[in-house]
Design a protein around this ligand. Structure first.
Ligand SMILES: [Zn+2]
Length: 125
């Protein structure tokens, strides 16, 4: 992750806002944030948009060994689609049973290891 873009993204997370970068040049979303668009390589056309926090699970794994502070194993880690070509890796919480591809989740902000992080919980249907 680019330092300045990553700092900006994490500062928004601390305010409980999920942001996603959008390129006005080629109409592409991207994550992780970067200083240039990975599609057209323009930097000046990148803008930040607030995400609605809804993200389907693309893939997942159960973590049985972790050194990440504040997490008790086992836990679920997932790749979530936050836009057409933008993916975020995060923790799944409050699952009833196993996750599955396509499970719709919503962002939630929690404090872990001294910082605010985004995690995702299933949307009640
Ligand atoms: Zn672009």
């Amino acid at each position: 992750m680019n330092d300045a873009a990553a700092k900006y993204w994490w500062a928004a997370i601390a305010r409980h806002q999920l942001l996603v970068q959008h390129c006005a040049g080629c109409d592409r979303y991207q994550h992780p944030p970067a200083s240039t668009c990975r599609g057209c390589h323009a930097g000046a056309r990148l803008e930040w948009q607030e995400h609605d926090g809804l993200a389907p699970v693309v893939s997942y794994t159960e973590v049985h060994s972790s050194t990440y502070p504040g997490f008790t194993v086992p836990y679920w880690l997932a790749t979530l689609r936050i836009a057409e070509e933008a993916y975020l890796v995060s923790n799944l919480v409050d699952l009833r049973g196993r996750p599955h591809a396509g499970l719709l989740t919503r962002v939630r902000f929690i404090e872990r290891g001294g910082r605010t992080i985004p995690v995702f919980a299933p949307v009640e249907t």
